[in-house]
Design a protein around this ligand. Sequence first.
Ligand code: ADP
Ligand code: ZN
Ligand code: ZN
Length: 719
Amino acid sequence: MPYLRVALDVPLPRLFDYWLDNATPADIGRRVVVPFGSRRLVGVVLAILAEPEYEASAIKPAEAVLDDMPALPAPVLGLFQFCADYYQHPLGQVVHTALPTRFRDPNPYRVAEALRYHALDSAALQAQVPKRAALQQRLAQLLATPRSEAELRAAGGTAWKTVQAWLQDGRVRAEQLQPGASVAAPGPALNIEQTEAVQAISAAQGFAAFLLHGITGSGKTEVYLNAIAAVLARGEQALVLVPEINLTPQLEARFLRRFPGVDIVSLNSGVADGERAAGWVRAARGEAGIVLGTRLAVFTPVPRLGLVVVDEEHDASFKQQDGLRYSARDVAVYRARQAGVPIVLGSATPALESWQNAEAGRYRHLRLSQRAVAGAQPPQWRLLSTKRQPLQDGLHARTLAALGERLARGEQALVFLNRRGYAPVMHCGECGWMAACTRCSARLTVHLRERTLRCHHCGDEAPLPRVCPGCGNQDMKPLGQGTQRLEDTLAERFPGARILRIDRDSTRRKGSFEAALQAVHAGEVDILVGTQMLAKGHDFPNLTLVAVVGADSGLYSADFRASERLYAQLAQVAGRAGRADKPGEVILQTDFPEHPLYQALLDDDYAAFAATELAERKLAGFPPFLHQAVLRAEADRLDEALAWLRQAALLAPLSEAVTVWDPVAAGMMRLANRERAQLLVQSTARSRLLAFLAEWMVALRAQKAGKVRWSLDVDPLEL
Ligand code: ADP
Ligand code: ZN
Ligand code: ZN
């Protein structure tokens, strides 16, 4: 059978046939180099055929089938097909989104093996290196047992250089990891709830989805680690997905410490292309015990898959917002079902979609109700009404008092405001002029330090005007508060305090975020000012106060998901306060202290919040009670985008199960000089919606797009 059917990275929903002299079924799932127009492209063989679909004489020969990556197994190819069908995305592009970028290179790839390093004689090595060379001493000690490159690098500074020198002179030896060898190092004894959760997961026969609901610090990660230990002991592999921002060196180190002999592959956008490809290959060969990665890791071939974990499953970063707009959480659930293995979705504030799945009995609810460390208490919430209380530069008198107390006690505090810049608006009180972006429908944010106005959507910049461009008024005022202004205010109020601001502006330089975290850990900071960058994943043991300002803006938003996001964000930032032995306090300044969302937070009652939200969504007809897809169009002018969508609506197949709404301008209509519109379709029946979309896309792709760029987003998170 001399013909190959090949998936190529081109925006067409079709495959391409090539001729290969001695094609065999073993070529299926392998990469292949083929001519395409004037280019050479790398594709993936999806089938081999006796007869091509097209005129045989027009078919070109393939250059070569490469065997530098294990052939993609049928279940993984099935997963790609599922994504192509579900998200209405060309299969060739799905395949190329899923593969590490290194495999787009037609040159063969040589896989680096996973090695472990150890000293021939650790005691002798310790005696040889100078006593004062602390790093070398530490390394010599570490190398008494086999260590991964990541562990050794984590020792800091020139650690890796030193190890390589020792490798050169033979004092250190490198060995390949023995696949399958797995003895988990002991962890803390589990409490009753954790034990029950681990038992339930380990007892699952075939597919089962678990929603592990527990506040930060309740020991969810311990549950994962124990469930993974059981999987490894059976000789199977685990796939663990975490949000980008949570995949910290600390988390990796925790996994490495627990599973010292196991090849743990780390996959995320920060890993260099070659290393990512190497890890991917070791997972695909079944050598890696654990794949620990961000959303893109969901596509990794894992032949002996035994368990899938999605940590912080509610996190928006699991959804890709361009190209293949997939939800890695949802794909992970499909994958677990396909492989017939359990999946654990963990969160302190589960997505309401997942919560509803648990309520409906599709997922099993596992609950961790208290902090795992003995004596550690969840933080105490206090709502400060700002309704009739005059604020001092945006801060309540009691917030200032609480900050003062922490300073006096030598404890750290975090002031949380999810708005960077100095002020969100530059305003003229005389004529009402406001600084707006010329390219977007958005206001410009004042950045006083740099004396600029900046658009947070397209990045455009303008100098800060001295006089009003509208009327010449010389007394213009920045309105409202951003983190820069808050930082200035706090510096004035607490002249002796060491204040550090952490937001996207202050951490632009590579490594500056890590340096800032380091400073906090080293106790070089008294008051932290920060945005949501600080909300996640970082533990500061000496931090005992979190003060939240400016949260109210999330309460009354046009976006039906805004309150869900606000709850998750506040619960997460509150989790930063009082980790170990010191009780934490959370202060929230608000005009609406009676609001049910705040009351639920106060009682740490996510169930109550979820019940209220879900009841409202059911009444209003929102997800998860129905399913949505949005067709987006952008053009130079709004009317062009709208006209294209109106035409698209006319092409929609008739379906009584599907509602097609009128095209409207997008919430943010203008972005970077392009104008955007969208059309929402929805249905209570997911399968009917999918069938509708499939038919509709065929009709739309047959149309000329003209000057319009369009895309379809299935299960959109933002409308
Ligand atoms: P989560 O993932 O829910 O935030 P972790 O699993 O990270 O929680 O646990 C929080 C802290 O409590 C960690 O320092 C962990 O080592 C510790 N811990 C977890 N379970 C236990 C336990 N059963 N006994 C003692 N300490 C525990
Ligand atoms: Zn003016
Ligand atoms: Zn802009």
